[in-house]
Structures are given as structure tokens and as C-alpha cells.
Ligand binder design. Structure first.
Ligand SMILES: C[S@@+](CC[C@H](N)C(=O)[O-])C[C@H]1O[C@@H](n2cnc3c(N)ncnc32)[C@H](O)[C@@H]1O
Length: 208
């Protein structure tokens, strides 16, 4: 099944099924971004709007990009605010939004589905203002090496999605190639597995 089809199907239970990765990402996003100020935000792979709700409290203009109509439909219902625009977009293609416009680009739990990170870093750089930030939170490469991947349960059993392994240096090298500076790199653990295997990795990069 294609990634897009899988998310259209997962959307019905994405917010409610047991998902430690989703829940920890929400905590990480709030903890990290509350240290920064931003007015205009571009959210990549915005999904059902889990993080959009938090971003709304901090910003005056949000553009959400995702290619799953069904995930986006849930976000539209949840968010219902005219400052949030939803633009159906395949992140592997051209993003139809203004250049040099955003203070913050955010991306959570989406890059494991993107093979070519350069496409993402290149466009994020173009869309950000000078000194704009790019926040990323993804499944930790160690979890990927151990076989973890986006998956959900259906009546027919576990549905695993198509994913690509990205090493920590893949993110950093791709960001540096575009001119980003690394401001933060953090590893995040489940509360009951403190300091064992990190579940998530997060980065904050700055343009220029
Ligand atoms: C695991 S969900 C994460 C959603 C949200 N960021 C969150 O943290 O809850 C991944 C999202 O990325 C989107 N996605 C995956 N590949 C994509 C692509 N190539 N273009 C646009 N969206 C994509 C999916 O449709 C899905 O909504």
C-alpha cells in the first residue's frame, strides 16, 4: 500500500490508538518550541493537526502541508481557525508557498517517509526568513536500526508503512549543505526506559 493510502486509512484511529511515539513527539515539540518566538509557521506533514493546535497558541499564520486528504480533513475539523491554511502537497515535489516568509518550519514524524532529505532541507531553507528556524523531531535512528517503523493495527493485522532509514549525520550533512547552522540536537526517552534506547531525536537548525 502507498504511504498516502496508508495514512488515509490510519487517519480514523491516528489520534486515539496507543502510540508512544506520537505522544512523546507532542511533549518534545511543546518543550522545544516554547523556547522560541515565531509568527509565521510552515508545518510539514501536519497530519491530524496534533501539533497545529499547540502552534496556534504561538503564531499568527500557519500553513500546513500534507498529502493525505483524510489526515487533513481531521485537522481541519479540529483546528477550525482562519489563520491556519491547509495546502495538499507531496513534500517530494515543489511546495507552493512563499519564499523568505516563515519564522519557523516544523516537521514531526514525517521524514522517515521521505527518501531524499536534500529536497526537504533545500525547500525549507528557501521558505524561511533569514535566521528562521527548522525544527525536526523523528523516530531515533537507533530505533530504526532495531526495526521500528510507523505502523498501525487493522482488522487484518498490523499494517507497516514504507520507511527510509536516516542516520543522524544524514540530517546534519543535508542541512549544512544548504547553509543551515545546527542550534540543538537532543535525544528523547520513554519515561519508563530512561537512558536506555532513545525513542526520538530532535534538531533545531537556523537559516544563515
Ligand atoms: C506520522 S504522521 C505525523 C503527523 C503529525 N506531524 C504528528 O506529529 O502527529 C506523518 C504525516 O506525514 C504525511 N506524509 C508522509 N509522506 C508525505 C509526503 N511525501 N508528502 C506529504 N505528506 C507526507 C502523512 O500523510 C502523515 O500525515
Amino acid at each position: 500500500m502507498s504511504i498516502k493510502k496508508a495514512y488515509n486509512s490510519w487517519s480514523k484511529i491516528y489520534d486515539t490508538n496507543v502510540n508512544k511515539t506520537r505522544d512523546l513527539d507532542k511533549e518534545v515539540t511543546i518543550k522545544t518550541l516554547s523556547e522560541y518566538t515565531f509568527d509565521r509557521v510552515l508545518e510539514l506533514g501536519s497530519g491530524t493537526g496534533k501539533n497545529t493546535e499547540y502552534l496556534l497558541q504561538q503564531s499568527i499564520d500557519i500553513t500546513c502541508l500534507d498529502f493525505s486528504e483524510e489526515m487533513m480533513a481531521i485537522a481541519r475539523e479540529k483546528v477550525k481557525n482562519p489563520i491556519v491554511k491547509f495546502v495538499k502537497t507531496d513534500l517530494n515535489k515543489e511546495w507552493e508557498v512563499s519564499n523568505d516568509f516563515f519564522d519557523l518550519v516544523t516537521c514531526s514524524l514525517t521524514l522517515e517517509h521521505i527518501q531524499d532529505l536534500d529536497t526537504i532541507f533545500k525547500q525549507a531553507y528557501k521558505k524561511l526568513k533569514h535566521q528562521g528556524k527548522f525544527f525536526i523531531c523523528e523516530l531515533h535512528p537507533i530505533k530504526q536500526y532495531l526495526g521500528s517503523k510507523a505502523r498501525y493495527e487493522t482488522d487484518d493485522g498490523i499494517q507497516e508503512l514504507e520507511v527510509y532509514t536516516h542516520h543522524t549525520t544524514d540530517y546534519i550533512d543535508s542541512a549544512k549543505k544548504q547553509g543551515f547552522k545546527l542550534l540543538e540536537l537532543k535525544e528523547w526517552f520513554d519515561a519508563d526506559l530512561e537512558n536506555k534506547i532513545p525513542r526520538l531525536i530532535s534538531f533545531v537548525f537556523q537559516k544563515g
